[in-house]
Design a protein around this ligand. Structure first.
Ligand code: GLU
Length: 440
C-alpha cells in the first residue's frame, strides 16, 4: 500500500520546505510563482473580487503518495507521486500525468493551475488538475513502468473518477500508461469506466484525432494569429523546439499548410536547413531510432540556443518549461511565438517580447487542443458512440478558433498581450462560476 498525504494547504515531499523543492527559472522564480505573477498582471486589468483572488491563487487539493515498486532486480524502490486538483469550479478536474525527474510539488501545482485556465479558455466543462511521478521513464523497464503506473492508480483510486478527476497523457506518458490506468481503476472499482482517463488507445475507447490534437491546436492557433498580424502562411518560416508528440505533430501539420520548417530539435540534437527540413523524413527517422533526432542527417547541426534564435518568422517551443528567458526574448528573430509546451516562457520575458512587438500565443490557449479532444473522448465514452476523425477535427478546429478570437478580443480590449488576454478570458468565466457557487 502506498502512504498518502492529503492536505488542503501547500504540502512538500520528504519533509523539505516548499522552497527547497522549488525549481527556479533563470530569474530564480519558481513555476508556481510564475503563475502568480501572471495572475497579478491579469488581476490588475480585470479587478476581480478579493475573495475570488484568494480562491483562485490556492489549489483546492494536493495529494502526495509514496509508491513502493518491486524493481526487476528484486529490490523495492519508492517513488513520489503527485496529483493536484487546482479547481473544480467549472466541472470535474482534468489534466495529464507527467513522468520526469524534475516533477515536484511546485511544478505540478503550476501545471494544475494552467489546466484550470486552459479548460476555461477552451470553453469545456472542466476544472484543472495535474499529476506526476518523479522518475526517469527511460531508465525503467516495461514491467517496472507498468507496476509504477498501477501503484500510482491504486493510490489515487479515490481521487480519480469519471465525474471527479480525469487524467490524460503528458510529458513522459502516452496511451500505453493510460491503458494501465483505466484497467487498474476499472478492476479496483469493479466497473467499466473508460471515461476515467483520456488519451487511451482507440480499442479501449480512445478518440480518433486525440494523439495529434495538441499539435493540431498549435497549428490552428498559429494560423489564426497569422491572420491577425498579417503574416502569410504560404511564405512563412518556422523553428520547432521539441519533437515528441506535440512538436512533431505541430511541425507536420504546419508544414502541410505550406509553412517551411527550417529548424527542429529535441533533447538529443538540433538541426537547421535553409531549404526546409523534410518533416516526413524526420518523423520516419525518429520512429526507427528510439524516438529521438540524434543522428538525423536532414540539416546542419546547431545548438538549442541557435534554434530558439533562428532567423524564422515563427517559433514553436514544444518541449519543456522556462526556455524563453529574458536573454532569448531580447535576441529572438521570430515575430510570432506559439507555445506548444506548458510554461516555456519565463515571466520576466513577457514584457520584453511585448515591447519588441513579438506576438506570443500563450500555452493556455495554444496547446488547448489536446484537452479539447480529451473532452470529446470523454463525451464519446459517456455516450458509447464514436465519431469519425473528420468530425473530431472539425469540432476541434472550430473550438480552437473561437477560443483564439475571445482571447484576441480581450487582449485588444485591455490593451495587453495575448497571455494576459488569455488569463482575463479564463478569470472572467471562473469568477462568475465561483460567485454562483458561493462558499461552503
Ligand atoms: N497534458 C495535456 C495538457 O497539458 C492534456 C491534458 C488532458 O487532455 O487532460 O494540456
Amino acid at each position: 500500500m502506498a502512504n498518502k498525504k492529503e492536505v488542503g494547504a501547500p504540502a512538500s515531499p520528504k519533509g523539505k520546505s516548499a522552497s527547497a523543492t522549488t525549481k527556479a527559472s533563470h530569474s530564480g522564480q519558481g513555476m508556481f510563482d510564475a503563475v502568480l505573477s501572471r495572475l497579478d498582471m491579469a488581476f490588475s486589468k480585470l479587478n476581480p473580487s478579493y475573495n475570488f483572488q484568494q480562491i483562485i491563487k490556492n489549489p483546492q487539493k494536493q495529494v502526495v503518495v509514496s509508491l513502493p515498486v518491486m524493481m526487476d532486480n528484486g529490490k523495492i524502490e519508492v517513488f513520489q507521486g503527485y496529483r493536484i486538483i487546482h479547481s473544480t469550479a467549472l466541472g470535474p478536474s482534468k489534466g495529464g500525468i507527467r513522468y520526469a525527474m524534475d516533477v515536484d510539488m511546485d511544478e505540478v501545482k503550476a501545471l494544475s493551475a494552467w489546466m484550470t485556465f486552459k479548460c476555461a479558455i477552451a470553453n469545456i466543462p472542466y476544472g484543472g488538475a495535474k499529476g506526476g511521478i518523479q522518475c526517469d521513464p527511460k531508465k525503467l523497464s516495461l514491467g517496472e513502468l507498468e507496476r509504477l503506473t498501477r501503484a500510482y492508480t491504486a493510490a489515487m483510486s479515490d481521487v480519480f473518477g469519471v465525474d471527479k478527476d480525469i487524467p490524460a497523457p503528458d510529458m513522459g506518458t502516452s496511451k500505453r500508461e493510460m491503458a494501465w490506468i483505466v484497467d487498474t481503476y476499472s478492476k479496483i472499482h469493479g466497473i467499466d469506466a473508460p471515461g476515467v482517463v483520456t488519451g487511451k488507445p482507440l480499442t479501449l475507447g480512445g478518440s480518433k484525432g486525440r494523439e495529434a490534437a495538441t499539435g493540431r491546436g498549435v497549428m490552428i492557433s498559429c494560423l489564426e494569429a497569422m491572420k491577425k498580424i498579417g503574416m502569410n502562411h504560404k511564405t512563412a518560416t518556422c523553428a520547432v523546439q521539441g519533437f515528441g508528440n506535440v512538436g512533431s505533430s505541430a511541425a507536420r501539420l504546419l508544414n502541410a499548410k505550406g509553412i517551411k520548417i527550417l529548424a527542429i530539435g529535441d533533447h538529443t540534437a538540433n538541426f537547421y536547413n535553409a531549404k526546409g527540413i523534410d518533416i516526413e523524413a524526420a518523423l520516419k527517422y525518429v520512429k526507427e531510432n528510439g524516438g529521438v533526432l540524434k543522428g538525423f542527417h536532414g540539416g546542419e547541426s546547431i545548438t538549442g540556443e541557435q534554434l530558439l534564435l533562428a532567423d524564422v518568422d515563427v517559433l514553436v517551443p514544444a518541449a519543456v518549461q522556462n526556455v524563453i528567458t529574458a536573454h532569448i526574448a531580447e535576441n529572438m528573430k521570430a515575430k510570432l511565438v506559439v507555445e506548444g509546451a506548458n510554461g516555456p516562457t519565463v515571466a520576466e520575458a513577457d514584457p520584453i517580447l511585448f515591447e519588441r512587438k513579438i506576438t506570443v500565443v500563450p500555452d493556455i490557449l495554444a496547446n488547448g487542443g489536446g484537452v479539447t479532444v480529451s473532452y470529446f473522448e470523454w463525451v464519446q465514452n459517456k455516450y458509447g458512440h464514436y465519431w469519425s476523425e473528420d468530425e473530431v477535427n472539425s469540432k476541434h478546429d472550430a473550438n480552437m478558433a473561437n477560443a483564439f478570437e475571445k482571447v484576441w478580443y480581450n487582449s485588444q480590449k485591455f490593451k495587453t498581450n495575448l497571455r494576459t488576454g488569455a488569463y482575463v478570458t479564463a478569470l472572467e468565466k471562473l469568477e462568475k462560476a465561483v460567485e454562483y457557487r458561493g462558499n461552503f
